[in-house]
Design a protein around this ligand. Structure first.
Ligand SMILES: Nc1ncnc2c1ncn2[C@@H]1O[C@H](COP(=O)(O)OP(=O)(O)OP(=O)(O)O)[C@@H](O)[C@H]1O
Ligand SMILES: [Mg+2]
Length: 278
């Protein structure tokens, strides 16, 4: 699962005006956002090449979720740019444009938000049928394949309430994959799970990353971030303090703040598994 060998130094500043250069799928430049005058993002720069898995780590409240929310248009920055495959996210103002954007960017949250009154199969087919216009037969064919991929082939006709948290989260991941997104954002998707189900969800995400699914993960699972990520970004108080290939950031952090943060995470690791940061 370790993809560090695939890492490339794509962060040597592609010009802002050419977000497609070096095959950047996601390009964020100088992003600023404040809530009620309180700054939350203070100039975020972040690039994700097509096929890369990138993690964002950092203390609680440092702006990690807000970055993800800006990427898919759920939060509105007041300065800076976000391009996805060359499309200017901030310029997508109409409902149709925003829906088109969200077809390309999947978002998996800590809470799974499955429809409780629909079977797993219907949870997976509803958007492909209604949004992508697929036939029921085609959508169900795809859904069964995706359920097999997340190792839930036998749960197609179950209802979410009859599944464990880890199983529901894997259904949520399959539902996101059903839209064939270019980019998937994962925000603390194992935080609400029982420890024994965390591994099964992380395995599924790891396999997706290995297959070349471009993704950005916010996670407190440091060991997982180290294993899966091509590039890791450490945030604090709305800025990227440090970023680099996973082996470098975890093995030889340059910044004192990163060092302290990881030290604390390692301290936790001695007492608790899996490794988590706070
Ligand atoms: N809708 C909102 N209105 C006001 N303040 C907000 C809003 N969303 C986030 N914030 C504030 O922005 C800051 C960054 O929040 P964010 O959720 O991005 O942090 P985070 O790094 O994801 O933290 P955690 O690890 O706890 O999830 C926090 O101080 C938070 O209180
Ligand atoms: Mg968060």
């Amino acid at each position: 699962m370790n993809r560090i060998a695939l890492a490339s130094s794509t962060f040597d500043e592609p010009p802002v005006s050419e977000p497609r250069t070096r095959d950047a799928l996601l390009s964020i430049r100088d992003l600023h956002l404040a809530y009620d005058g309180a700054p939350v993002l203070n100039g975020i720069d972040l690039t994700v090449a097509r096929g890369q898995a990138v993690s964002i780590i950092g203390p609680s409240g440092s702006g990690k979720s807000t970055i993800l929310r800006c990427i898919n248009g759920l939060a509105t920055p007041h300065r800076g740019s976000i391009h996805i495959d060359g499309i200017d996210v901030r310029a997508q103002q109409s409902d149709a444009e925003r829906i088109a954007l969200r077809k390309r960017v999947g978002f998996v949250f800590q809470q799974y938000y499955l429809f409780p009154h629909l079977s797993v199969l219907d949870n997976l087919t509803i958007a492909p049928r209604r949004v992508l216009g697929k036939s029921r037969a085609e959508a169900e064919h795809d859904a069964h394949a995706l359920l097999a991929k997340v190792r839930l082939a036998d749960k197609a006709h179950a209802y979410p309430g009859a599944l464990s948290g880890g199983q529901q989260q894997r259904v949520a991941i399959a539902r996101t994959l059903a839209m064939r997104p270019d980019l998937i954002l994962f925000d603390e998707v194992t935080s609400a799970l029982d420890p024994e189900t965390v591994g099964e969800v992380l395995n599924v995400i790891g396999e997706l990353a290995d297959e070349g699914q471009t993704c950005v993960l916010v996670t407190h699972e440091m060991r997982f971030a180290a294993d899966i990520s091509d590039e890791v970004f450490f945030t604090e108080r709305g800025v990227i303090v440090e970023h680099g290939p996973a082996a470098q950031l975890f093995g030889h952090p340059r910044n004192e703040r990163t060092r302290l943060f990881l030290q604390r995470a390692r301290g936790d690791d001695r007492n608790h598994l899996p490794l988590r940061a706070v």
